[in-house]
Design a protein around this ligand. Sequence first.
Ligand code: PMV
Length: 307
Amino acid sequence: MKPVVAIAPTNIALIKYWGKKEKDPLIPYTSSLSVTLRDVTTTTTLSQGHFAFQLNGKKAGLEETDRVLAVLKAFNKKDVIIDSINHFPTAAGIASSASGFAALTVGLNAFFKTQLPLQTLARISRIGSGSACRSLLEGFVLWEKEGPISQLNYPADDLRMLIAVIDDQKKSVSSRAGMEQSVKTSPIFNTWVSDSEKDLSNMLKAIRDRSFHKIGAIAEVNSERLYAVMRTTVPIIDYRSEETHRLTALIPQLRAEGIAVYFTLDAGANVKLLTLEKDILRLEKALVQHGFKRLIKSRIGGQAHVE
Ligand code: PMV
C-alpha cells in the first residue's frame, strides 16, 4: 500500500478560543474564528507498520504521542507509522498543533479509507488540539461553540500574514494547561466569554462588509482581551517578552504612517501581523529597521488535504 501524504496549513485566530466548558468531547466556552496560512504548513506521511510517531525527524515526546494515540483511538485503529514535519518552529505560538492534527486527521481518514463527514473529522481533530478543526476548511473559518465549523466568504487574495518570530523555543505553559487554569481562576473569565461573543458578531459583520480595517481592529481588541484573561489567571500567564511589547507598541505608529497592519497574539511571544499585499514590502522594511529580522510571510488560504 502506498503511503498517504497529508498537508495542512496552520491557522491564526482573529477571535480566540481560550477555555473548555467540557473536555470530552471538547466544548469551548466561546466560538472562534481564524484564517488559514497557505505558506505555513505541516506535512504528515502515513505508512503501514506498527505504531510509531516521528515529529520533525525525531521520535516524538510522550505528551504529543499520547495525543496522537487518542486521535487514532477515534478511528478504532492503532497500526500506522506517522511522520510529521512542520515547516515552521514547533510549539512557539505558531499553532503547530493546529496544522499537525488537521493533517493527521484527514490523513488517517484517507489511510484507513473511513470517509468520515467533515464535522466528524472536525470533532476528531479537536481531540488533538481544539484549534486544529479550523484548518480543515479554507481561509476565514468559524468554529461555533456548539461544534460545527464553516467557511466564510471573504476575498483573501490581497491579505497577508507576517509572523515576527521573537522566540522559537517551546512555550513554558501549554495552551491546554493555561486555559484550564484561566477557567478555574480568572475573575474576569465570564466577562471574556460575553465580550468575545460581541467581538465575534462585530467580526462577522466586518467580514460581510469586506472591511479589512474593522477586521484588524476587532482582532487586536480580542487578542488584548485574551491577554487580560491570562494576566488575571493564578498563577499569572504571560507569554509576551519585552520584544513582543516593543513590536505591538510600534503597530499603531506604523498605521499612522499609512501601513495597513494589525497585530494578534497567541500562546507565545511571537507577533502575528495581518496586513495587505500592497503594504507588505513597506511593513517588512519597517520591521527590519526596528530590529525584527526573523519574519515568516504567508498568504491566506489553503486547507487540510491529501496529496
Ligand atoms: O488549540 P489549542 O489547544 O492549541 O489552543 C489554541 C489557543 C490560542 O492559540 C491561544 C487561540 C486560538 O484560538 O487559536
